[in-house]
Design a protein around this ligand. Sequence first.
Ligand SMILES: [Zn+2]
Length: 152
Amino acid sequence: MKMKETPQELRVRKRMLPGAITLHGFIGNDKRSLSTIIAADEQELEKLGYTAEDIADRMQYFTDASFSTFDGSIIIDNCYKLETDVVRGKLPCPYAHGGLYRKAITKLTNLENNESVSWTSLNIHLIKDHHFFEGKGSLFRLEPTVLVKALF
Ligand SMILES: [Zn+2]
């Protein structure tokens, strides 16, 4: 069943297109509505036994731990290699909440299984507050299964 998009959703989706807030946007080649994308990822997470908050809190923990290492890499808890890619500037949330999020990219590699993920502060916010992991094919799309393997 296709869910109809509300005017609010359509406005948000427009801000997620390439060139609006970021060069590549947040949707990729995903044709599904935002609520459909979000519902599918919530279902996936539930199967994996984690909540969006669990994931976001874990990402925040690593971002905080690695942020002082500017341009270097650091091993945390003997298992996670963190690198910070310093990109100057801040990004607004496409849901137009007024908050600004650092563009710097945190890259994590799980040294036990070699699974690796990259994110910005905006990704953490989008996951925590909107349960949005970006559309399929988006540059910063974060697959729940990959996140769970990498982060825990
Ligand atoms: Zn927001």
